[in-house]
Design a protein around this ligand. Structure first.
Ligand code: OXD
Ligand code: MN
Length: 633
C-alpha cells in the first residue's frame, strides 16, 4: 500500500453517531470508557480529525493484528532468527529525543525554569508561555490525523492498582507507538477500574503526517521533523507531542509522563520521580539491600541495573533500569517502584560481555529500531563483532550492504531494543510489588575521566543533595565536532526536569523529616583514567565490589574515612581479591587539590549561572565549605 492511500478500516464494530459524528470506532466500545476519557477523546477527535478510532485493550491478538499490518506495509521486518522479534528502520531524520523542541508551559515562567544569570542560556528546561504555545499547537494539531486511525491507549505507569502507580491515556496515530507502548507500559482497560475520581495524564501524540501526505514518507515511517514539538502542561497533567515517532518523543509514558509530568505530581504529593535504576544486591550472608542510582545517559545505567557480579556469593536482581518513583511510607521507609514495564535500551555496545542479562531479555517479543540486520535474520550493532560470523553479510540501518571491517557503522548510535522487563532473567520477584521495594541507598554517578574517586559517601542528606546537584558527565558534543567534554547533568535530570530546578532541590531537602529513615547517598565513577588514558577501574561485573562497599556502609560498617568531598573507603576496605589486574588504590582515590578547587569553583559558578536565586542556601554553603577544606589541605 502506498503511504498516500487511506488505511482501510479494520473491522468496524460500531459507529458512534451521537458524539463522534461520522467517525467510526474500528475497535472497542466507546461507551465503556469513563466519561472524562470520553470527553477528552471527543475533544481530540474534533481537533485531529482521524479517519477512525481504535480503542486498545493491550491484548496479544490486538498486537498480532497491528504487527501483521505493519509487516504488510513494510514498517516492520521479522527477524526470523528469534521468536516474535521485529526490526524497524525509521526515517533517518527521526532518530532521537529532540531536546531543543521539548517545552514546558506554565502561566508563570519561574515555575518551570530557574532564574538564570543575565545573558546566560538556561539548560535546565525550556519554558514557553501559554499564549505562544497555543499558537504552536493550533498550527499543528487541527486535522493532523486525517486519513489515519487514532489509537486510544489506556495505560498504567507502575503495577495496575498499586497506590504508587498513575494512570495515563495516550492518543496516537502511530501503530508502531502502540506496539512499543504495550511493551513499555501496562496497557489495559483494567486501569479504568482504578481510576475512580483520580486524574489521568492526557498524552496526545501525532506523527504530524495527515493523508494525503505533503512530505515524502521514507521507510514507511511518517514523521514531520521540521515541525516537531513536545509540549508539557504540568498543571493540566497533559502532554502534546507532534512530528516524531521516535522513543522519548512518542512513547509518552516514559520521559514525558514518568519524569517531567510525574516530577511535578511528586512535588505536589510529597514523593520523588527520578531518572534512576532500581536494583537489589544480596550479600553472601543473605542480606539484601535495594539501591536506586541516577546516571546521565551513556554511563551504562542499564548495564549496572543488570550486572553479573564477579564476586562469589553475591546476587543482583533488577527492578528497573531507567526510572524510579519513590515515596516514604507510614513507617518512614522509602519505597520505590519502576513505573515502566519494559526496557528501551541503547543497543550499540550491548553484548554478552557487557550485559548478558539484557541480551537474554530480548531474544523474543522485542522490537529493534535502527539496528542492522544479518543475512540469517538476526540483529547486529557495533559491539556484536565477536558474537557473529565475521563474514556475515549485513544490511545497515540505512539499508546498505555492509560487512564487519568496512568503513562506517552498521547501526545508528541511538539504535534501541524494546523488550518486556519480565523477560529479564534477573528480574526481582518483587519488581511488581504494589508496595514497592525498600530503598536504602541512592547513588549518583557520571563519566569523569579525571579527579573523581571511584566511590564516596555523602556526609548527610543535604550534602548528598549537593553532590546530586553537581553531577557532571563526559559526553560527545557530536554536533559541534568538538570531541568529548564534561557537561553538567544535575541529578541526571537535566533533560527531564518538570519544574524549576531550584525548587526541585528544595523538594529533595524537604523530604528529610523526623521519623524517616533517610537513605544514604553515594557518588560513583567507573571511568577515571591514568595519565595514559587507561581506565583505572575494570568496571562492568567488577562494579559489584563497589556496591559491596556501599551495602556494608548501609549496614553501618566502620570502613570509611573523612575527606573534603565526603567519606572515602578506608584503604583496603573494597574487596580486590580475584581482580585480573592490580588496581592502583592511591591513584583511584586521590583528590588533587587544584583539580578540586577548580571543580568546586566551576560547580558553584554553574549553580549561580543556571539556578541563581533559586538555589537553596544550604547547597551553596556546603560548596563553600568544600572549597575551604581544600584550601586548608
Ligand atoms: C534514555 C535517556 O533514553 O536517558 O533513557 O536518554
Ligand atoms: Mn534514561
Amino acid at each position: 500500500m502506498s503511504d498516500n492511500e487511506e488505511e482501510p478500516f479494520m473491522e468496524v464494530h460500531e459507529i458512534v453517531t451521537q458524539k463522534l459524528g461520522h467517525i467510526p470506532v474500528a475497535k472497542g466500545d466507546f461507551k465503556k470508557l469513563p466519561s472524562k476519557v470520553q470527553k477528552w477523546v471527543i475533544h481530540s477527535v474534533n481537533i485531529c480529525q482521524p479517519r477512525a478510532i481504535y480503542i486498545c485493550d493491550g491484548s496479544k491478538p490486538e498486537a498480532d493484528e497491528v504487527t501483521h499490518k505493519l509487516l504488510e506495509r513494510g514498517t516492520l521486518t521479522k527477524l526470523t532468527k528469534y521468536e516474535e522479534c521485529y526490526l524497524c528502520r525509521t526515517d533517518p531524520s527521526d532518530v532521537a529525543r529532540v531536546e531543543s523542541k521539548t517545552w514546558i508551559t506554565t502561566p508563570e515562567k519561574y515555575d518551570t525554569v530557574p532564574h538564570v544569570r543575565e545573558g546566560v542560556k538556561g539548560i535546565l528546561g525550556q519554558w514557553m508561555s501559554p499564549h505562544d504555545m497555543k499558537k504552536e499547537i493550533d498550527e499543528r494539531f487541527p486535522g493532523c490525523m486525517k486519513g489515519r486511525t487514532m489509537y486510544v491507549i489506556p495505560f498504567s505507569m507502575g503495577p495496575i492498582g498499586s497506590p504508587l502507580s498513575k494512570i495515563g491515556v495516550q492518543l496516537t496515530d502511530s501503530n508502531y507507538v502502540l506496539l512499543c507502548m504495550r511493551i513499555m507500559t501496562r496497557v489495559s482497560p483494567r486501569v479504568f477500574e482504578f481510576m475512580g475520581d483520580h486524574d489521568f495524564v492526557k498524552c496526545l501524540h501525532s506523527v504530524g503526517c495527515p493523508r494525503p501526505v505533503e512530505r515524502k514518507v521514507i521507510n514507511h515511517w511518517p514523521c514531520n521533523p521540521d515541525n516537531v514539538i513536545i509540549a508539557h502542561f504540568p498543571e493540566e497533567r497533559k502532554v502534546k507531542s507532534y512530528g516524531s515517532g521516535y522513543g522519548g518523543n512518542s512513547l509518552l509514558g516514559k520521559k514525558c509522563f514518568a519524569l517531567r509530568i510525574a516530577s511535578v505530581i511528586a512535588r505536589d504529593e510529597g514523593w520523588m520521580a527520578e531518572h534512576m535504576l532500581i536494583m537489589s544486591v544480596t550479600d553472601p550472608n543473605g542480606k539484601e539491600t535495594f539501591i536506586a542510582a541516577a546516571f546521565p545517559s551513556a554511563c551504562g545505567k542499564t548495564n549496572l541495573a543488570m550486572i553479573q557480579p564477579t564476586l562469589p556469593g553475591y546476587k543482583v536482581q533488577c527492578v528497573g533500569d531507567d526510572i524510579a518513583w519513590m515515596r516514604f511510607n507510614s513507617k518512614g521507609q522509602l519505597r520505590g517502584i519502576n513505573p515502566e514495564n519494559g526496557f528501551f535500551g541503547v543497543a550499540p555496545g550491548t553484548n554478552f560481555k557487557t550485559n548478558p542479562n539484557a541480551m537474554r531479555s530480548f531474544q523474543k517479543n522485542s522490537i529493534f529500531t535502527n539496528v542492522a540486520e544479518t543475512a540469517d535474520g538476526g540483529y547486529f550493532w557495533e559491539g556484536l563483532e565477536d558474537e557473529i560470523d565475521k563474514n556475515m553479510s549485513i544490511t545497515t540501518w540505512l539499508n546498505q550492504e555492509w560487512r564487519i571491517g568496512k568503513a562506517g557503522t552498521a547501526a545508528h548510535p541511538n539504535a534501541r531494543f524494546t523488550c518486556p522487563a519480565s523477560q529479564c532473567p534477573i528480574m526481582h520477584p518483587k519488581w511488581e510489588d504494589p508496595e514497592g521495594v525498600p530503598i536504602s541507598a541512592l547513588i549518583f554517578g557520571g563519566r569523569r575521566p579525571t579527579g573523581v574517586p571511584l566511590v564516596l559517601e555523602s556526609f548527610s542528606w543535604e550534602h548528598g543533595v549537593m553532590i546530586g546537584a553537581c553531577v557532571k558527565s563526559e559526553s560527545t558534543a557530536a554536533a559541534e565536532h568538538k570531541g568529548k567534554k564534561i557537561m553538567h547533568d544535575p541529578m541526571a535530570m537535566r533533560p527531564f526536569m518538570g519544574y524549576n530546578f531550584g525548587k526541585y532541590l528544595d523538594h529533595w531537602l524537604s523530604l528529610k523529616k523526623d521519623g524517616r529513615q533517610m537513605p544514604k547517598i553515594f557518588h560513583v565513577n567507573w571511568f577515571r583514567v591514568d595519565e595514559h588514558g587507561k581506565f583505572l577501574w575494570p568496571g562492568f561485573g567488577e562494579n559489584i565490589r563497589v556496591l559491596d562497599w556501599i551495602i556494608q556502609r548501609c549496614q553501618g560498617k566502620d570502613i570509611a574515612v573523612k575527606s573534603p568531598i565526603g567519606y572515602l573507603p578506608k584503604k583496603g576496605s573494597i574487596k580486590m581479591e580475584g581482580l585480573k589486574d592490580p588496581v592502583n588504590w592511591d591513584e583511584l582515590f586521590s583528590l588533587p587539590k587544584h583539580y578540586w578547587l577548580d571543580d568546586t569553583h566551576e560547580s558553584t559558578r554553574f549553580l549561580e549561572d543556571q539556578v541563581g536565586c533559586d538555589v537553596p542556601e544550604v547547597i551553596m554553603k556546603l560548596l563553600k565549605e568544600q572549597e575551604e577544606s581544600f584550601k586548608k589541605m
